[in-house]
Design a protein around this ligand. Structure first.
Ligand code: PCA
Length: 187
């Protein structure tokens, strides 16, 4: 062992400050099966998928139709701003790895489209409501008849609608789902 350090004590180089190595985080607003106590929430909690940290409850600043569709009873926000309700959900801070896991689950950008939208944070203590720009999974190219379904403001798989979510994770199912909700391309 060296008795004397090569550096006088006051000049010993500082170790790299690990706190300066930042992970880029993204805010995601979830309104469906990814919420707490809903069937896909475990994905956000699984550290093998990356980081998923609860931030706050919130709701969309714009009204949207939140519906359940397909034979698997999947919740969708239809991208039809101004129609429906202010949709309730939860904001999470996620890292790149978690965001790509969520994209796989939602089949973005083929099925759901992930877009930034304004979310109002629910905070009973604050006088003026805070807003956050968050990623939200929308259904954009949808069949117009989906707008005739009942609109919800707060999804729960076990809600009074009786349309409990059924898991679907193989490719034939994805094609099936496309037929159920995606508008056919007329070009
Ligand atoms: N998962 C995403 C979109 C709909 C769904 O079931 C979510 O919870 O926000």
């Amino acid at each position: 062992m060296h008795k004397f350090s090569a550096f006088p004590v006051h000049k010993i180089p500082k170790p790299i400050d690990v706190h300066t190595i930042r992970t880029i985080m993204h805010k995601v607003f979830v309104y469906g099966t990814l919420k707490r106590n809903e069937p896909n929430h475990c994905l956000l909690q699984d550290s093998n998928n990356g980081i998923g940290c609860f931030v706050a409850e919130g709701y969309t600043k714009t009204k949207y139709p939140l519906i359940i569709a397909t034979k698997y009873n999947i919740p969708f926000i239809l991208h039809c701003p101004g129609k429906g309700h202010f949709v309730q959900g939860e904001i999470y801070d996620v890292d790149d790895k978690m965001l790509s896991k969520l994209d796989i689950l939602e089949d973005h950008p083929n099925y759901y489209i992930r877009e930034i939208d304004d979310i109002v944070i629910k905070d009973t203590l604050s006088q003026c409501p805070q807003e956050e720009k968050c990623w939200v999974y929308f259904l954009k190219n949808f069949k117009p008849e989906l707008l005739k379904r009942p609109y919800m403001d707060n999804y729960s798989s076990n809600g009074s609608h009786g349309l409990q979510y059924m898991e679907s994770n193989n490719e034939s199912v994805i094609e099936d789902l496309d037929d159920d909700v995606t508008a056919s391309n007329t070009n």
